[in-house]
Design a protein around this ligand. Structure first.
Ligand code: ADP
Length: 209
């Protein structure tokens, strides 16, 4: 059986540049799995996690079409730590399991390595699914500016979101590789090309011409 390819976990705080980095790797032919997509899949209608959530919180967390009202649920768990932990106990193991299945699919494909892009790589037990951890890092003022601009929130709201996430130092301490995303997109692409060379070498492949 073909061995599973090298898997690089890509993480970072809000608006650090995870998606932008994933797209830059994709331009070099590197595929990725997005943990946010899987997180949405496990609470889709018909999924056991959604049934458990409905049982606990009732119809107030459902939209008319039967889909999860993500905003209503977010308001509940933002205000109540015990509810947040309960929700995580229902969703995180299922997300992890499904991510593992998606990564297994890469066995069948002829690729040098692959990425798992996840905002919660280090917080939700997903670290064990990957071989290395790449942290996308931005200084906080720039992170707040990019969050506010992209998501249309004000500076105070952006600051609150950043404050609720894993502290920057803690994330950096757990990185194998760091991409400092405080330059322009050209700088980012150059750094991605450098990491690509490093990962191809780690995967035992010759460098791209
Ligand atoms: P994440 O996926 O980590 O939330 P994104 O990749 O969506 O972050 O990036 C957040 C915002 O910052 C986006 O609007 C993106 O276009 C912008 N951005 C990311 N990297 C850079 C960069 N190097 N230069 C300028 N803007 C950037």
């Amino acid at each position: 059986m073909t061995a599973r390819p090298l898997i690089i976990g890509v993480t970072g705080g809000i608006a650090s540049g995870k998606s932008t980095v994933a797209h830059a790797f994709a331009r070099l032919g590197i595929p990725w799995v997005d943990a946010d997509d899987i997180a949405r899949e496990v609470v889709a209608p018909g999924e056991p996690a959604l049934a458990e959530i409905r049982q606990r919180h009732g119809p107030r967390v459902l939209l008319e079409d039967g889909c999860l009202d993500r905003r209503a649920l977010r308001d509940i768990v933002f205000a109540d730590d015990a509810e947040r932990r309960w929700l995580e106990s229902v969703t995180h193991p299922r997300i992890r399991e499904r991510l593992g299945e998606r990564l297994e699919n890469f066995r069948q494909r002829d690729i040098p390595y692959a990425l798992l892009v996840s905002p919660l790589l280090l917080e939700s037990g997903q670290r064990e699914l990957v071989d290395r951890c790449l942290v996308i890092d931005v200084p906080e003022p720039l992170q707040i500016e990019r969050t506010a601009r992209r998501d249309g929130v004000d500076e105070t709201q952006a600051r609150a979101i950043v404050a609720a996430q894993m502290p920057r130092d803690e994330r950096l301490a757990r990185a194998d590789d760091i991409l400092a995303n405080d330059g322009d997109e050209r700088h980012l692409a150059d750094r991605v090309a450098e990491l690509d060379r490093q990962y191809r070498a780690l995967a035992g492949l010759p460098p791209t011409p």
